[in-house]
Design a protein around this ligand. Structure first.
Ligand code: BG6
Length: 522
């Protein structure tokens, strides 16, 4: 979290980290996977936005590395068109020419040491040209290359730092396929790099609204006293998507919704809601609290989990085929495209408060949100009134789309009788703040350049997250689902997910992209 919004109270500044908001220090960004989707759709557009915001220094350069033979000019030309589509509010020609004049391409095989010798020469040229040896290596490559590329960087001496030079590596998701492979990858890369050189990305933390959760919780006096098992009944975390597996069949078929979304993205949301207050925004202070939370998660058992796979249906008015008929998917696939979990956190703050998590492809609406449902008020006072049920207060944090938050509460309907209606106070980002052109990677890239690892995963954090779901992964692998497909594309997911909550006397909030509280009535 690099830039810090002014907080009214002076006292609050002790808890905020004041970091440079100007340009990052001189550096070279080396992108492995320069021809890939991630580079085109997210990394390069984010760089353009950083240029526009004045966050990159004059002494900045990008070296793109990939298997394809092409010239720097061809690489830049290929990127121009696609960047036009992905930068928001149109491509700023000045920013684009500033950036492209600093971009060059180097064809190379990531598994060959010769590639890294050539890279070393290019970095030496950068030293002569801009007097900087700082380098950020971005592994925008398939996960099987993470270990090998880092080993090659190490062999070539490219990860060596000095008093005036830093070398850092960004590792993309997925970080491991399970606990054992995550541990092995950590062990492999920690032979070459020290922990503070490794930036394990989870792009959910690049979302402004996710970062805001900590400020909401800890810079406001009204929430924290209620943020515990005495007042919170349960929490629902939803990441519903209206996309299907699309062209990612090969990856998705061996991954599934649990691995793809839970120990990473959904757990990041869980951490923001559940962690204890860190003593500062320092990377280690924040990451220690997150890790403790993950370590306190009760390993998820199959009885507290529901898996689903979409059948054919209609999503946002479009007819779509079932998962098993998607490209590169087995006709009898047992891969889940939906998962719902009940999670327990064994600590003093949360013992006994269930956290219900759900995510799925091809659901009825696209929405990512967290709903904190508070305990109900005692009913006695209303026994002799027509009020049959008191609605619970719910604080909903809308992560996307329509970023904002709402608090629902009960109000008396005007009239002579005591009748209660559920109403909401709503805050929408767009009503208060100018939208910032962003694809979600801007803060993350800038933070790597200034050396702030707050929003990145530490080795033990990643491992603790895998540990919490490993038993479930094993159990599902041993016992493939027999009822797939079990939800219709365009629906809210499998019926079993409703039963998971019904058994506790609770229900999911509706999945909808607009404000949910209009639907809540006593
Ligand atoms: C990715 C997953 O990490 O996150 C995708 O691999 C998923 O399957 C995506 O669709 C969701 O991210 P966002 O930012 O679109 O909500």
């Amino acid at each position: 979290m690099s830039t810090v919004t002014t907080i009214a109270s002076e006292a609050a500044t002790t808890a905020t980290k004041v970091l440079p908001s100007g340009p990052a220090p001189p550096a070279t960004l080396v992108i492995f996977g320069a021809g890939g989707d991630l580079t085109k759709r997210l990394v390069v557009p984010a760089l353009v936005h950083l240029v526009q915001a004045g966050k990159l220094p004059d002494e900045f350069a990008v070296i793109g590395v990939d298997h394809n033979e092409q010239t720097s000019e061809q690489w830049r030309q290929n990127l121009t068109k696609i960047t036009q589509a992905f930068t928001q509010a149109g491509l700023d020609e000045r920013a684009w020419s500033w950036l492209t004049s600093r971009m060059r391409y180097m064809p190379g095989d990531f598994t060959q040491s010769e590639t890294f010798s050539r890279l070393e020469k290019l970095l030496a040229e950068r030293e002569e040209q801009d007097n900087t040896s700082n380098a950020l290596f971005y592994l925008a490559v398939a996960d099987r290359f993470f270990g090998p590329v880092i080993e090659q960087l190490g062999h070539a001496g490219l990860t060596r730092q000095s008093d005036r030079t830093w070398r850092r590596v960004i590792v993309e998701k997925p970080f491991g396929h399970n606990l054992v492979s995550a541990e092995a990858l950590n062990a492999q890369i920690l032979k070459v790099l020290s922990e503070d050189q490794i930036y394990r990305i989870d792009h959910f933390l690049g979302k402004e609204t996710v970062q805001n959760i900590l400020v909401l919780r800890f810079a406001n006096g009204i929430f924290e006293p209620l943020w515990n098992r005495d007042h919170v009944d349960h929490v629902q975390i939803t990441a519903a998507e209206t996309v299907g597996v699309e062209s990612r069949g090969r990856f998705y078929e061996r991954t599934g919704a649990l691995r793809d979304m839970v120990p990473n993205h959904l757990f990041q949301l869980l951490a923001m809601i559940g962690m204890e207050p860190p003593i500062s925004f320092d990377a280690d202070a924040v990451r220690a609290k997150k890790t403790e939370l993950f370590q306190a998660i009760h390993p998820v058992s199959p009885e507290n989990a529901v898996r689903g796979q979409y059948g054919s249906g209609v999503v946002l008015g479009r007819k779509v085929r079932d998962y098993r008929h998607e490209p590169n998917i087995s006709p009898d696939s047992a891969t889940e495209t939906y998962v719902a979990l009940k999670i327990g956190i064994d600590n003093w703050r949360w013992a006994g408060v269930p956290f219900y998590l759900r995510t799925g492809k091809y659901l009825s609406a696209r929405t990512t949100e967290i709903a904190v449902q508070f305990r109900q008020a005692p009913y006695a006072l209303f026994r002799d009134t027509p009020v049959e049920r008191l609605p619970a207060n719910i604080l909903t944090l809308r992560i996307q789309p329509d970023e904002g938050l709402s608090v629902s509460f009960s109000a008396k309907r005007p009239g002579s009788e005591i009748e209660i209606d559920g109403v909401a106070m709503d805050f929408a980002y767009r009503d208060y703040f100018e939208p910032i052109a962003a694809v979600g990677y801007e803060t993350l890239l800038y933070d790597c350049l200034i050396g702030d690892a707050t929003l990145f995963q530490r080795a033990d954090t990643v491992e603790a997250a895998w540990r919490a779901v490993q038993g479930l992964l094993d159990s599902w692998a041993r016992d493939p689902a027999k009822d797939f497909p079990n939800y219709t594309a365009g629906s809210a997911g499998p019926d079993a997910a409703d039963r998971l909550l019904a058994r506790d006397g609770r229900a999911w909030l509706p999945i909808r992209a607009d404000h949910p509280y209009k639907a809540i009535r006593p």
